[in-house]
Design a protein around this ligand. Structure first.
Ligand code: NDP
Length: 331
């Protein structure tokens, strides 16, 4: 029964497209879970770059809307047709809008159970970036023993997880980051070689030096605009360029003929949704991810916890390159 639920609760609202100042925390009437939805009391919501793309209008969504694609918490109500979740279940999700509020309606197709050994903050912190690092290292490029990977922004949320997963599969990681302190973090997560790209003019030359002039098998690039050219130039012939985000801005249109000249390169621009498109795939990836977290093979670093009211600060910190690991909002 919903009798113990409040009538309204705080939500992080994108009031119109723009910078962080368009974010407002508003008290809103509690949503009812629709068919195939549950209502979750949110323990923690994840802070992600996709939230900034949606806020800015790069990924258009009619405003106003409640921000956030990731969270974890406890089921407090179930909608019609829901059979696999009951009130009291501990759950988490990594896609679907409207996560950054105290009580979030969530589509069950996006929902997984959180195992008892994983706390809800860790689950919220792990879903979107952890599943991303999982598909990037196991599917977009299936890293094997001896694979040489260049991982940009390796102290970031995805970066730290990806570094650990590439290492777990027997790969070698050349990590970049914007400060010596961040590179120390990347090293602690297993990176073999470090490049401070705030100090190095020619990243590709540095990569070639570390690979006997050969280049790398795969580049994982979530920085985008500022690193894309260096990434292409760091690949060996037939290497794979994985452009998975644009933290520094989107990459402009690109002449495919250049892939020929640079050595028959491959380029992909993947998104998480396509790699968790079926409930089976979502469950398989999440089960493995939680197993790795529970066994300690993969460490999830929460680099900042912010009350929901301080969401503007959280996003300013993320977009201002002041963070390491994962940021979460606590409603
Ligand atoms: P991070 O924690 O990695 O933060 C972004 C980092 O990028 C910064 O800390 C900074 O590290 C680096 N960076 C370099 N240039 C800039 C710049 N101009 N402005 C801001 N940051 C910059 O964020 P996330 O882990 O949340 O996301 C990383 C990337 O992954 C994003 O592009 C995001 O969109 C993408 N992503 C893609 C998904 C997909 O499926 N395609 C899913 C999830 C995330 P440094 O100071 O070391 O350079």
């Amino acid at each position: 029964s919903g009798s113990s639920l409040p009538e309204s609760a705080p939500a992080l609202v994108v009031t119109r497209n723009g910078g962080g100042d368009v974010l407002e925390v508003r008290d809103q009437p509690l949503a009812q879970p629709g068919p195939d939805q549950v209502l979750v009391r949110v323990a923690a919501a994840g802070v992600n770059f996709i939230d900034t793309y949606q806020r800015e209008g790069v990924y258009p969504i009619p405003t106003p809307f409640v921000s956030g694609s990731e969270g974890a918490g406890e089921v407090v109500q179930v909608g019609d047709g829901v059979s696999n979740f009951v009130v009291g279940d501990r759950v988490a999700w990594g896609q679907g809008l409207g996560s950054s509020q105290a009580y979030a309606p969530v589509d069950t197709k996006n929902l997984v159970h959180v195992p008892p050994g994983v706390d809800l903050e860790t689950a919220a912190a792990a879903m979107l970036q952890g599943l991303t690092a999982h598909y990037l290292s196991t599917s977009t490029y299936a890293v094997q023993q001896g694979t040489v990977a260049l991982v940009h922004a390796a102290a970031g949320g995805v970066g730290q997880l990806l570094t650990q997963m590439v290492k777990k599969r027997g790969g070698r990681v050349i990590a970049t980051a914007g400060s010596a302190e961040k590179l120390e973090t990347a090293r602690a997560r297993g990176a073999d070689e470090l490049i401070d790209y705030s100090q190095v003019d020619d990243i590709a030359a540095a990569v070639r030096e570390l690979t006997d002039g050969v280049g790398v098998d795969v580049v994982y690039d979530g920085v985008g605009k500022d690193t894309f050219e260096a990434s292409l130039n760091s690949l060996k012939p037939r290497g794979l360029m994985v452009l998975y985000g644009g933290a520094s801005g989107q990459v402009p249109p690109f002449d495919l003929q250049r892939l020929n000249k640079l050595g028959s390169l491959f380029v992909t621009r993947p998104s998480l949704g396509a790699y968790i498109a079926t409930p089976d795939e979502l469950r398989a990836r999440t089960t493995e991810l939680f197993d790795w977290i529970e066994s300690g093979d993969v460490q999830v670093t929460i680099g900042g916890r912010y009350p929901l009211e301080d969401a503007r600060t959280a996003y300013a910190d993320l977009e201002g390159r002041r963070t390491q690991g994962k940021l979460i909002l606590v409603p």
